[in-house]
Design a binder for this molecule. Structure first.
Ligand code: HEM
Ligand code: HEM
Ligand SMILES: [Fe+2]
Length: 453
């Protein structure tokens, strides 16, 4: 660790990993409810567990991004973070908001209350006071990180990272726009949900991946930067109008069927480029970096994001196909592999790289860490396959043959049982990862000895 202030990243990573554990455990609960529908129905009903599963996912991924920025920006800008106090304050606001959300959802408090009750829009269910807290915390973060960059060295990596982070915070403001009209409500809802994962978060992904490649492969900065600008341009060019793939059936004008189909097909390009980028850098790189686990997570991230977002996204993005597959298990298959490949793996890659530095050690528990990669990724990939089969059967029986929703669900039992099995592997993988990160082997670097770059 070159800069003392980078240590705040540790706090963000710790809270993120705790929420990650909560998220996958709730996934397992949801998976079991699909097999045994009355499981916990009195205590934690499906809808509540689902909100907690998806919301904790988003919050821990965001905390991971913030922690990554606090780690990475000092390295790039070559100076300490503007204010570590502000960073801790930001984390405290997030922890408070998260606790508020959990209590509100679990005990179903303040139902219907304008300020305190949950808002009921998938991913954006948080009560308004929590949303306001998120905005305040995001502003503190942006101020802190922008001040750091402005007074230090500006690089392509920090430029793209900051563009992504500012963009995602500004788009979150649309979470407050919730018109009565359901079509309009959905329109603005996708400004947040789609323009996050297929726009601004992609910029965050590209820049963090670029940082990791720079450090792990030793390729020249100029080369990394060229790729980074191309990927960022591709992401925005395709992703913004790609929003159209959610405007097929919500009452928006018919031209969206073509705009959505064409531009969202192009969205494969940035994900393909990120995969090509990662492999070309490793292939060209001269450095034999000791942190093999961070490299594995980075390559895994680029590859699984290409399959989850690129291939599984394209699978159902043409409006002629989406007419049949909309809202089936195909969507869930894609949602899981895309979120996992792109953003879960990205965070775990950066943590694998950064934590040894932050704790003043050489890369530790490499074998355990890599085992967790294979177990967790194997689990998510298997889950994606079984859900894709389930979705194909569901699409045919329900949308082609016209069977009723519940009748079809009865037919899918076997896939849901297998999905639960896959979920067990994912949870075990997550436990292994957290173990590998939290409990380093004993040796500590001697004073004066330089940790591996
Ligand atoms: C890191 C891993 C995981 C990620 C990134 C993730 C992500 C998500 C996302 C984004 C959704 C909303 C999907 C949609 O609306 O299409 C969701 C729902 C769900 N997840 Fe996960 N999840 C993960 C792990 C798990 C695990 C381990 C299980 C357990 C088997 C699981 C089971 C479920 C279930 C049953 C739903 C509800 C689907 C529905 O409403 O039909 N997830 N998850
Ligand atoms: C990392 C990037 C991505 C993530 C995390 C992601 C995640 C998701 C999630 C969670 C949903 C379900 C939303 C809901 O209805 O609740 C969804 C829907 C969808 N995604 Fe993605 N996605 C990504 C990239 C892509 C790409 C690149 C494409 C196209 C090539 C795509 C095509 C679609 C389509 C067409 C739907 C609507 C499915 C339906 O009609 O039910 N996605 N995505
Ligand atoms: Fe989308």
């Amino acid at each position: 660790m070159k800069y003392q202030s980078q240590k705040v990243a540790l706090g963000f990573f710790a809270v993120a990993l705790a929420l990650f554990a909560v998220q996958v455990t709730l996934g397992l609960v949801l998976g079991w409810i699909y097999v045994e529908p009355n499981f916990l129905s009195g205590l934690v009903p499906f809808n509540i567990a689902r909100m907690l599963h998806t919301n904790s996912l988003i919050v821990w991924l965001l905390l991971g991004f913030f922690g990554s920025a606090y780690y990475l920006v000092p390295e790039e800008a070559e100076r300490e973070i503007y204010s570590t106090k502000l960073a801790w304050l930001q984390l405290a606001i997030f922890v408070l908001g998260t606790a508020g959300v959990v209590v509100t959802y679990l005990f179903n408090l303040f139902d219907g209350n304008w300020l305190l009750g949950n808002e009921g829009r998938e991913f954006l269910e948080q009560p308004r006071w929590v949303k306001a807290g998120i905005v305040v915390a995001a502003l503190i973060f942006l101020y802190n990180i922008s001040m750091t960059v402005l007074s230090g060295k500006k690089t392509a990596i920090t430029n793209i990272l900051l563009t992504g982070l500012w963009g995602l915070a500004l788009l979150f403001l649309f979470a407050f726009v919730n018109p009565e009209n359901l079509g309009l409500d959905k329109m603005y809802w996708w400004y947040v949900v789609h323009l996050w994962v297929e726009g601004t978060w992609e910029l965050v992904m590209a820049s963090i991946l670029a940082f990791l490649m720079l450090k792990l492969t030793g390729v020249d900065r100029e080369v990394v930067e060229k790729w980074l600008y191309i990927i960022a341009a591709l992401a925005l060019f395709s992703g913004i109008l790609g929003t159209g793939h959610h405007y097929y059936w919500i009452g928006t004008p018919g031209y969206w069927q073509w705009i959505g189909s064409v531009f969202s097909s192009l969205e494969v390009a940035p994900f393909f480029s990120m995969m090509a980028f990662a492999f070309v850098m490793v292939w060209k790189g001269r450095r034999d970096h000791p942190n093999k686990a961070a490299l594995l997570w980075s390559l895994g991230c680029a590859t699984l994001a290409f399959f989850g977002a690129g291939v599984w996204g394209f699978l159902h993005t043409l409006h002629g196909v989406n007419y049949y597959t909309h809202g089936t298990q195909i969507t869930a298959a894609h949602g899981h592999l895309a979120f996992y490949g792109a953003y879960v793996c990205l965070n775990l890659a950066l943590m694998s790289y950064a934590l040894p530095h932050l704790r003043g050690r050489d890369p530790y528990n490499q074998v355990l860490n890599m085992a967790s990669f294979w177990l967790m990724s194997g689990g998510v990939v298997f889950m994606t396959f079984v859900l894709t089969f389930a979705g194909t059967v569901q699409t045919h029986l329900q949308r082609v043959m016209g069977m009723s929703y519940m009748e079809v669900q009865d037919q899918l039992w076997i896939f849901y049982a297998m999905r639960f099995g896959a979920g067990v592997a994912v949870v075990l993988g997550a436990v292994l990862f957290i173990w590998a990160m939290a409990f380093p082997s004993r040796e500590i670097i001697e004073p004066g000895q330089v940790p591996a770059e």
